[in-house]
Ligand binder design. Structure first.
Ligand code: PAF
Length: 280
């Protein structure tokens, strides 16, 4: 695996790849890699593409400075995992390389309502920061395909919008969420949970499945209240939301259309998110 820490040598390497007719499959990450990330890289490699992974903990997407400080950094083990699955390139830039003019959030992306609802409402500025970094990474890495996990459902919709705004030729490939056998969605943040907390956190998956089963028979406000109570009773400390939305727009869900149930809740200081698609 080649590791590039700066842009120029990457660009020279990319020119060579292009001259050999190779296409690039890209997986952007913030490190603390787990099987979910590796599955995205495997998908990228499966159709003969050269695989590029980036690891960059982007300061401009953290609305909570403590969350940024506590974000797990496991670079050595990340590199070992990437090598073990045959990743071709790791792009591992510094903050200065990514933001030569300083890590100040740009808020220039027209995301419409996606920015104000659900994750957008609870994490103001988060999606602008995500767009800022992904836009920069797309300009540098210049991939044919970008692979992202369905676990970050709203983020996938934001990136689809970003690609439209940039009139980008890169295709977004959304891959299914990987889960532990307990149902807990794989996430870098799980590393911050104790064994006991990991067990309790499986309540998100259970609660979403139960909500899916009663979606058409109970009014949405009652479903939300019930879900919150279940999550708190299972050991979550705070529930930001657990609600069904229109799977295509994230607007209000109505019977007869595909739904996505989205949840965000705190186990101690660790904020977990998950979602479940329910077809009409
Ligand atoms: O999902 C993530 O890990 C991050 O939001 C991303 C897409 C790598 C941008 O920093």
């Amino acid at each position: 695996m080649i590791i590039f820490r700066t842009i120029l040598p990457y660009r020279k390497w990319l020119r060579e790849q292009r001259s050999q007719g190779k296409s690039i499959g890209f997986v952007p990450t913030m490190g603390a890699l787990h099987e979910g990330h590796l599955s995205l890289l495997r998908a990228a490699g499966n159709n003969g593409q050269t695989t590029v992974c980036s690891i960059f903990v982007n300061p401009t997407q953290f609305n909570d400075p403590n969350d940024f400080k506590l974000y797990p950094i496991t670079t050595e083990s990340d590199i070992q995992q990437l090598v073990s699955i045959g990743t071709d390139v790791l792009f591992l830039p510094s903050v200065e390389e990514m933001y030569p003019e300083g890590a100040i959030q740009q808020t220039s992306f027209e995301l419409g309502n996606l920015e104000n609802i659900l994750e957008g409402a609870f994490r103001p500025g988060h999606f602008q920061g995500v767009c800022q970094v992904v836009s920069r990474l797309l300009d540098i890495v210049a991939p044919d395909n970008i692979y992202m996990g369905q676990k970050d459902y709203q983020q996938c919709m934001v990136i689809a919008r970003l690609l439209e705004l940039k009139q980008s030729a890169t295709s977004l490939k959304i891959m299914p969420t990987l889960r532990e056998t307990s149902g807990l969605a794989m996430s870098s943040r799980n590393m911050r949970l104790s064994e006991e907390e990991r067990k309790k956190a499986t309540a998100i998956w259970r609660t979403m499945k139960e909500m899916a089963g009663t979606l058409s028979s109970i009014p949405v406000p009652d479903l939300e209240k019930e879900a919150e109570q279940k999550l708190l009773a299972a050991g979550f400390d705070k529930v930001d939301y657990c609600t069904p939305a229109d799977a295509a727009t994230l607007g209000p869900w109505q019977p007869g259309i595909d739904a996505v149930i989205l949840c965000a809740a705190f186990m101690g200081k660790v904020r977990l998110i998950d979602n479940l698609l329910v077809h009409a």
